[in-house]
Design a protein around this ligand. Structure first.
Ligand SMILES: NC(=O)c1ccc[n+]([C@@H]2O[C@H](COP(=O)([O-])OP(=O)(O)OC[C@H]3O[C@@H](n4cnc5c(N)ncnc54)[C@H](OP(=O)(O)O)[C@@H]3O)[C@@H](O)[C@H]2O)c1
Length: 356
């Protein structure tokens, strides 16, 4: 990782360089994290109309940033930009026209990029309250990943206590929470992961299964002969047909990304075509009563009233110790490239969090 400002000596004087006003991470282009992620100084922002400035306590590292680095994320900002999908922190400045928020309030936000810096300007309309006393890293892990997991289980899947569901990537940032939320809802979970992470998946209350198992549908049927009530899939591609094949009558296949490998930087739309095509085909077949009540739904997390309500519900469960977010590591901003590398190499269990 390159450090471009705020480190070393001021040229020619031998004196230490002044501390950066606002340490921040910049993604300079598409490529390897070690070459394309820099620690810089973005300068202190001030709050514009309808916005607040938040001093960040913790910012999440997610697969979205890996996809942005590979130029495979839908609607990415132009390089260079400050990444960082979500954050938890305290408001330090309130802009004109903002009501309902004051300096000192503890908040969560999902600005989608910009969170990997110490001070960040955020639209007030995307803020949600965070109770004092919650650990900042655990609280931020529930923002994007938690709400995604919660809404897919409770608002999309239709799965009821006693049902069996299939969670892909049960060892990941979303998957560890999805598994905990499903187990708490009374669901039996079959959770896919690479074999090295099966103990971690078991510890969450799921039955692990290697997603590379040959004849994957038969392996699922061996565990759930009647089929599963829901499948949660973030890989997409042809694997969606396996998910559809293991659904019980009336079951739901939830597709929440298409991170299937094999696409070139910039081809961000193409991985999603198989999921879109299957969603439309299954919807049409369902209209004519030809799916046995099975359906396929695509999911994309967005801020709003449901987001705030669901995040609040999870913060209550976090305070009661029901949800225990898996924190893969708490790193300073200067180690964001290492966190991205760990995600790229599949070494993380749970979520990496940056602590500015
Ligand atoms: N739709 C939305 O609104 C939304 C919101 C948040 C996240 N997402 C998406 O959700 C996905 C997961 O995000 P994350 O931050 O949790 O990523 P992550 O922490 O990197 O987790 C990815 C997981 O995928 C697993 N995996 C790798 N190859 C797989 C395969 N072929 N089949 C099944 N699982 C496989 C990995 O397991 P091993 O490490 O054991 O190999 C790992 O557990 C990303 O694609 C992200 O973009 C979507």
């Amino acid at each position: 990782m390159t450090v471009t400002t705020g480190a070393g000596a001021t040229a020619g004087t031998g004196r230490p360089a002044p501390a950066p006003a606002n340490p921040s991470v910049t993604m300079t282009g598409s490529g390897e994290p070690e070459q394309c992620v820099e620690l810089t100084d973005a300068g202190r922002p001030s709050a514009g109309r309808g916005k607040v400035v938040v001093e960040v306590e913790a910012a999440g590292v997610s697969y979205a940033e890996v996809q942005m680095l590979q130029h495979l994320h839908p609607f990415p900002p132009r390089f260079p930009f400050v990444p960082g999908y979500d954050l938890v922190g305290r408001i330090t400045e309130v802009g004109e026209g903002v009501t309902g928020w004051r300096a000192g309030d503890r908040v969560a936000a999902m600005p989608r990029y910009g969170a990997w810096q110490r001070h960040v300007e955020v639209p007030a309309k995307v803020l949600a309250p965070v109770p004092d006393g919650l650990d900042a890293a655990e609280a931020v892990s529930l923002v994007t990943n938690g709400v995604t997991a919660w809404q897919m289980v409770h608002r999309l899947s239709g799965a009821r206590p006693g049902d069996t569901v299939l969670v892909h990537g049960a060892s990941g940032g979303v998957g560890t929470l999805l598994t905990q939320i499903a187990v708490h809802h009374g669901l039996r979970v079959i959770g896919t992961a690479s074999p090295a992470k099966h103990d971690a998946v078991r510890a969450l209350g799921a039955e692990p299964l290697d997603y590379r198992t040959p004849d994957f549908p038969s392996a699922v049927r061996a565990l759930a002969p009647e089929g599963v009530a829901a499948v949660f899939d973030h890989i997409g591609g042809k694997g969606l047909d396996d998910g559809w094949a293991v659904l019980a009558p009336g079951g739901t296949l939830v597709s929440f990304d298409s991170s299937v490998a094999g696409y070139e930087p910039g081809q961000w739309f193409r991985p999603h075509v198989p999921a879109l095509r299957r969603t439309l085909t299954h919807a049409l077949a369902r209209l004519f009563g030809r799916t046995g009540g099975r359906r396929m739904r695509m999911y994309y997390v967005k801020p709003g009233k449901d987001f705030d309500a669901d995040l609040g519900a999870m913060y209550e469960l976090l305070a009661r110790g029901v949800l225990r977010p898996e924190i893969a590591g708490r790193l300073p901003l200067g180690e964001s490239a290492a966190a991205l590398r760990a995600l790229l190499d599949g070494r993380a269990v749970g979520k990496y969090v940056l602590v500015p």
